[in-house]
Design a protein around this ligand. Structure first.
Ligand SMILES: [Zn+2]
Ligand SMILES: [Zn+2]
Length: 299
C-alpha cells in the first residue's frame, strides 16, 4: 500500500537540546534541494518503501529538481507487490520486481526450495503487469550472504534471468563482490536483450566487457566518494549511450552529504559529479542518461 502523509496537527515546539545532540541531529537532516537539472533525467533505481518521506513528498521533491521518472525496486514478494501498486498509482513511477539476492537464501533456509519457488512464482505474476518494466534486483551478493547461501542465490538469479527473457523485461542486476560468477551465469543463461548493472561496482576492465555486450551501467552516489577512483575510471571508459544514474536511496548518499538520508531529489548531485569526471557538459550527460534509461526500461 502507498504511504500516506500524516494528517495530524503540527508538531509542538521542541525543548532546547544540548549542542552535541543538536549537531548530531543536524547530521541526520535531509540535504538541501540541489539546483534543478536543465534536462530532466530518471532515478533508475530507488527504494521509496525504505525512505522517511511519503511517496507524494518524494516525487514532488524529485520533480522540483528535474528528476521526473523513478524506477521503484521491490526486494521481496511483499515489497514487489507494493512497488507495482505505486507504479500503477503514479504516472512518473515504474516498478522492478524480484527477490533480492539476500532474500532468496533467507527463503530457502526458512522453507527450502519449495518456499523459494513459491515466491518466484509470485514474482513471475507481478512481472507480467504493464507497469512493471524490469525483473530485479537480482544477482549475487557474496558480501552479505555466506557460502551456505550461494546455491539458493544462484538458483534464484537463473530463474530471474529466465523470467526477464520470457516476458521481455529489463533485467536489473545486483552484483556485490561476485563479478566472476555474475558474468559466468549471464553467459551460461544468455543475458536478456536489456540488462542493467545497478550500482555499478566493477572496474574499467569489466566496464569494457559490459560495453562490448551492450549492457547498461547505472552509477550511484558512491561514484562521488573520495576512495572510489576505480569507479570513476570505469565511468570514464563506459560508452555514454550505456550510462545510467540512480540513487539506490536511502543508501549511498552522494558526497558531500554522506551519512545523511538519500532520496531521488539528490540525483543532480551525482549526475553533476559524473559530468565533471567525464569532462562533459551536464546537459549532454543528462540528455544521454534520459534517453538511455528510457531505452533500458522500455518506456
Ligand atoms: Zn542492490
Ligand atoms: Zn537497490
Amino acid at each position: 500500500m502507498p504511504h500516506s502523509a500524516p494528517q495530524g496537527p503540527s508538531e509542538p515546539e521542541r525543548p532546547h537540546r544540548p549542542e552535541r545532540i543538536e549537531r548530531r541531529a543536524r547530521a541526520q537532516e535531509p540535504p538541501p534541494l540541489p539546483e534543478p537539472l536543465a534536462v530532466p533525467v530518471a532515478d533508475s533505481h530507488t527504494h521509496l518503501d525504505m525512505q522517511e518521506p511519503s511517496v507524494a513528498e518524494a516525487l514532488a521533491a524529485a520533480s522540483s529538481v528535474g528528476v521526473e521518472t523513478l524506477v521503484q525496486v521491490g526486494c521481496d514478494l511483499e515489497r514487489s507487490r507494493w512497488a507495482a501498486q505505486v507504479a500503477a498509482d503514479h504516472e512518473s513511477v515504474w516498478a522492478a520486481v524480484a527477490l533480492h539476492p539476500n532474500e532468496a537464501p533467507r527463503l530457502a533456509a526458512e522453507g527450502g526450495d519449495g518456499l523459494l519457488d513459491e515466491a518466484l512464482a509470485g514474482i513471475g505474476k507481478l512481472a507480467a503487469l504493464p507497469e512493471v518494466l524490469a525483473v530485479g534486483e537480482t544477482g549475487l551478493d557474496y558480501f552479505r550472504t555466506g557460502p551456505e547461501g550461494v546455491e539458493a542465490q544462484q538458483r534464484s538469479f537463473r530463474a530471474h534471468i529466465e523470467l526477464a527473457k520470457r516476458l521481455d523485461k529489463a533485467l536489473v542486476i545486483h552484483d556485490r563482490e561476485a563479478h566472476q560468477d555474475v558474468l559466468r551465469i549471464l553467459a551460461e543463461e544468455g543475458a536478456p536483450e536489456r540488462t542493467v548493472f545497478h550500482c555499478y561496482s566493477g572496474d574499467a576492465e569489466m566496464a569494457q566487457l559490459c560495453a562490448a555486450k551492450g549492457w547498461f551501467m547505472s552509477f550511484a552516489g558512491n561514484v562521488t566518494f573520495k576512495n572510489a577512483r576505480p569507479l570513476r575510471e570505469a565511468l570514464a571508459v563506459a560508452p555514454p549511450e550505456l550510462v545510467l544514474v540512480e540513487t539506490d536511496a536511502p543508501f549511498l548518499t552522494p558526497a558531500p552529504y554522506r551519512g545523511r538520508p538519500n532520496a531521488p531529489y539528490l540525483i543532480p548531485v551525482t549526475l553533476r559529479a559524473m559530468a565533471e569526471t567525464l569532462g562533459m557538459p551536464e546537459t549532454s550527460l543528462a540528455t544521454h542518461v534520459a534517453a538511455n534509461t528510457a531505452r533500458a526500461f522500455g518506456y
